[in-house]
Write a protein that binds this ligand. Sequence first.
Ligand code: PMP
Length: 288
Amino acid sequence: MKIFMNDKLVDQAEAKVSVFDHGLLYGDGIFEGIRLYDSCVFKLEEHLERLEYSAKAIMLELPWSRQEISDAVCETCRANGLKDGYIRLVVTRGEGSLGLSIKNCDKPQLIIIADKIQLYPQEFYEKGLEIITVPTRRINPAALPPTVKSLNYLNNILAKIEAQHLGYHEAIMLNDQGHVAECTGDNVFVIHKGELITPSASAGALKGITRDTALGISEDLGVPWREANLTRYDIWVAEELFLTGTAAEIIPIVKVDARPIGDGKPGPITAKFLERFRELVSREGTML
Ligand code: PMP
């Protein structure tokens, strides 16, 4: 496999970072997960814009233009002969000294990996997924805004460990007020009385690209949507529930904390969202 490192493609065996890289030492860096569908990169501009916002928020100056990164993403996919896949774009603070200071890190490190996607089994989309809420709270936005897609994922990993320990694939994370923030790698959507409701960024949700796509679909389908605080109760009594994420796409949830959602089967509105999503990804995107 070929990996893009800073300014060129290298063989996987040569794609190495320094042990003094602050991405490794401190999780000091940012990333994007992007999908490639049928030789088109889905929502590439949106991902690169979010990367730029994340960079700005952590005061990491990107020495590459958006066009250069965009070209590098496409080049990496082409070099690996990929038509469908998952692209991981990482920018670390770069090599520095052992201290926390960013002053000694003078060159960020760009890494682009394009690989085949490990799809969730098709039955998850047909039968829906059962998930739980976990004790680990989503980090307070005042401590580290979850809107920054940083390399600091330990909070999410702790929640994932709790879910997997109990035999579940995903976990709903609440914020410190007890409102739903998001899942460990997906945004949460509820359908209640014909309305689509999702937590806001201030509740601790990442501004997901798939989340935005779902909100657009909502408008196309004439389903009203709004952002609101959601409690566990709101989740339990929802008529339908689904998660969105680049890797998961749109996935129906049929049980939360042992309570069936709706009639315990993927709901009809969710099915429409999923169908429309599949249509969109098959006709939109940046051609390689
Ligand atoms: N929340 C978290 C914590 C995530 O890691 C992801 C995956 N990037 C999402 C939500 C969904 O965002 P997107 O639709 O941009 O993949």
